[in-house]
Design a protein around this ligand. Structure first.
Ligand SMILES: CC(C)(COP(=O)(O)OP(=O)(O)OC[C@H]1O[C@@H](n2cnc3c(N)ncnc32)[C@H](O)[C@@H]1OP(=O)(O)O)[C@@H](O)C(=O)NCCC(=O)NCCS
Length: 341
């Protein structure tokens, strides 16, 4: 774990954005494709509907809209952004990176850009990478995006996976804090590659035909749901406590828990293990399903816009997913919505 007591530049979040595609797929809709029903999906996951891309929508187009939102919120011009990090596991192409495509579309001509892969922990990993560039003085303004388009990588005949995921994008602009106050208080990150096979989307390329003839295989989500469930409820509470201790805080100091929106039963178990109340837990998976790397950011942004998360609220934002990866960021919300001035 990082030593958070060293003296570095303070970091704050000045911009927030999100974009969710408009096409809604309800549980009843999915029941037309596979043998399932609303009662089963709702009771096992808490999900009622999800949004999916259609037509020309792409991971890049979702991320682009979230990025513009965050820059407008912060009142920052694209050309003033130093670095764009896109946390994604389901980009439109292996290369170029989504980050480079967003850089071009928003006109962030002075920004470096790269993708980061940590599946549903991507936003937490990205926050740590972004804040370190600012803390060390390398960059002043870093645009962090989380986007995933799962709907194009699901087997819509597999009822154990196609019910879970939705598409979406979230954006945070991190800056060197002007008033010296640090708001990204601590980040805790972990990985266990030995369990990689529990949740994966293999990239099945074909060998050179001169070596051996072979068929290309489908590229869909493979998941051991029970193992992922057990993994999440066992490691995430420990990670939250670890991150809190890195910030010199305890569970009593958390105003809101913003967990990765995978499954309401996982969320409730984490809440109970930490002794938090339902009012302290932000959940929107009933509306959006599991939007993977976007989920924490979308939940954060919507509750800031709704006024639930207020100035100086302290949040524990925890992610978990393929890799396996997991982690927690402890963040204070302090930015003012400049559009309201
Ligand atoms: C996927 C998940 C909801 C499945 O719930 P579960 O209680 O573990 O269910 P099981 O896999 O044991 O399946 C129980 C039964 O329901 C059936 N089933 C599975 N999906 C179903 C569906 N969509 N509708 C109806 N029945 C379904 C199974 O076939 C099985 O039937 P059987 O008993 O006749 O064999 C749950 O394991 C889960 O949420 N895991 C975490 C996944 C996750 O969050 N992944 C992303 C992490 S980033």
């Amino acid at each position: 774990m990082m030593n958070d007591n060293l003296s570095f530049n303070p970091v704050t979040i000045t911009g927030i954005g999100r974009y969710i595609p408009e096409t809604v797929i309800t549980n009843e809709d999915i029941a037309k494709l596979v043998d399932t029903n609303d009662e089963w999906i709702t009771s096992r996951t808490g999900i009622k509907q999800r949004r999916v891309v259609s037509g020309n929508e792409t991971a890049t187009s979702l991320a682009y809209k979230a990025a513009l939102d965050a820059l407008a919120f912060a009142d920052v011009k694209p050309e003033d952004v130093d670095l764009i990090i896109v946390a994604t596991s389901l980009p439109d192409s292996l290369y170029p990176s989504t980050a480079c495509e967003v850089q071009a579309e928003i006109g962030a001509v002075n920004a470096a850009a790269f993708n980061l892969v940590a599946a549903c922990t991507g936003l937490v990993y990205g926050l740590n990478v972004a804040r370190n560039f600012i803390m060390t003085g390398t960059y002043k303004k870093v645009l962090l995006l989380g986007v995933d388009v799962h709907s194009r990588f699901l087997d819509w005949e597999d009822r154990s996976t196609c019910i879970l995921f939705g598409d979406g994008a979230g954006a945070l602009l991190l800056e060197q804090s002007a008033d010296g106050q640090n708001d990204v208080l601590s980040v805790d990150m972990h990985a266990n590659g030995k369990k990689a096979g529990e949740l994966s989307i293999p990239l099945n390329g074909k060998n050179c035909p001169l070596v051996e003839p072979n068929e290309a295989k489908q590229q869909y989500v493979n998941m051991n749901g029970k193992e992922i469930y057990k993994f999440a409820v066992s490691v995430v509470p420990k990670s939250i406590k670890h991150a809190l201790s890195g910030a010199g805080l305890s569970t009593d100091n958390i105003d809101y828990l913003i967990p990765h929106q995978a499954n309401m039963r996982i969320v409730s178990s984490i809440m109970e293990r930490l002794g938090l109340s339902e009012e302290q837990v932000i959940a929107n998976l009933d509306k959006y399903g599991n939007t993977s790397t976007a989920s924490i950011c979308v939940a954060l942004v919507e509750e800031i816009m709704n006024g639930k998360i207020k100035q100086d609220s302290i949040m524990a934002m925890c992610g978990f997913g393929a890799g396996l990866t997991w982690g927690t960021a402890i963040v204070r919300w302090r930015a003012l919505d400049k559009r309201k001035k």
